[in-house]
Design a protein around this ligand. Structure first.
Ligand code: GDP
Length: 192
């Protein structure tokens, strides 16, 4: 799949800035530094669509990407910064609750996790958010190229156990080797 027209529509600081469209929206979330920007760039085949190395300060903007006038990616700020203030954490929670509770065209969550590590409490919270709002969830286990052969299956099982999802629903992915690009698209397209 190639992206003919993939572009950032808006970085929205509040609900009033959400774009006025009816395209189905797929939310992309994950811890900071997990490889979310790389994931977006890899599956759209655009080197710089999502800015790799997002700054920790941008914790309050939802980035809406128009993907070929077919769907929107809604890129959620990376979470899990050690030094985030309580106020910032509340703002993040309010922003997500506002979006999940009020955005009609949301169709699913793509949670990006690091295949080397056990998902965190923040990841679990994000999945619970999605479950509560009846959104389907896809899990991308990225940086899979960094795993040793004997770690691959074990780590996928661990992720599925912590997130309480079947192991088949977790997609091994690598922005380095492009492993999982087709599988990710197939799952994303099944959401809408
Ligand atoms: P974000 O903060 O979640 O958007 O993470 P980035 O996409 O900026 O990636 C964080 C770091 O991990 C960067 O140095 C990337 O080059 C690296 N990275 C991301 N995905 C992969 C991957 O699949 N394999 C490897 N080896 N490195 C990756």
């Amino acid at each position: 799949r190639t992206c003919n027209k993939c572009e950032l529509v808006i970085s929205a600081p509040d609900r009033e800035s959400w774009p006025d469209t009816t395209l189905p929206e797929v939310v992309l979330a994950g811890r900071s530094n997990v490889g979310k920007s790389s994931f977006i760039n890899t599956i759209t085949n655009r080197k710089k669509l999502a800015y790799v190395g997002n700054t920790p300060g941008k914790t309050r903007l939802l980035n809406f990407f128009n993907i070929d006038d077919e769907l929107m990616f809604v890129d959620v700020p990376g979470y899990g910064y050690a030094n985030i203030s309580k106020k910032q954490l509340m703002q993040f929670g309010d922003m997500m609750e506002d979006y999940f509770a009020n955005r009609e065209q949301k169709v699913g969550l793509v949670l990006i996790v690091d295949s080397r590590h056990k998902p965190t409490e923040d990841d679990v919270t994000m999945i619970e958010f999605a479950r509560y709002h009846q959104m389907n969830t896809i899990v991308i286990a990225t940086k899979f190229d960094k795993l040793k052969k004997n770690e691959r299956k074990k780590n996928l099982l661990k992720i599925s156990e912590v997130l309480e999802l079947p192991v088949e629903s977790i997609i091994p992915f690598s922005s380095e080797t492009r492993l999982g690009v087709d599988a990710a698209w197939k799952k994303i397209e099944s959401l809408y």
